[in-house]
Design a protein around this ligand. Structure first.
Ligand code: ZN
Length: 95
């Protein structure tokens, strides 16, 4: 299990609880970190647990709004760049 992903997920859960979210609201929350998928589940003892989900491939699809936020991005490989020109040239030679 990816330790960093687990830490981030647990921090997120703690933050949500701190803000007054109910455990039932957080149950079944999924996290994607690189190619690690984590899920928050509420066990019978009413404890929230973060556990890794088996996933072969994890692909995060970005919305146009997210792309705008990230700046110029190569549509082929997902690398982000400072300027639009570099992003367009990134994988341009491949096809
Ligand atoms: Zn590229």
């Amino acid at each position: 299990m990816n330790v960093r992903a687990e830490e981030l997920a647990e921090q997120w859960v703690q933050e949500q609880l701190h803000q007054g979210k109910g455990k039932d609201e957080l149950d079944a929350t999924m996290f994607i970190y690189d190619d690690t998928v984590l899920e928050v589940t509420c066990d019978r003892g009413d404890q929230l647990n973060v556990s890794a989900k088996e996933a072969n491939n994890v692909i995060v699809l970005r919305t146009p709004a997210e792309e705008k936020e990230l700046g110029p991005i190569c549509r082929a490989c997902g690398m982000t760049y400072e300027d639009e020109k570099s992003a367009i040239q990134c994988c341009a030679d491949i096809d």
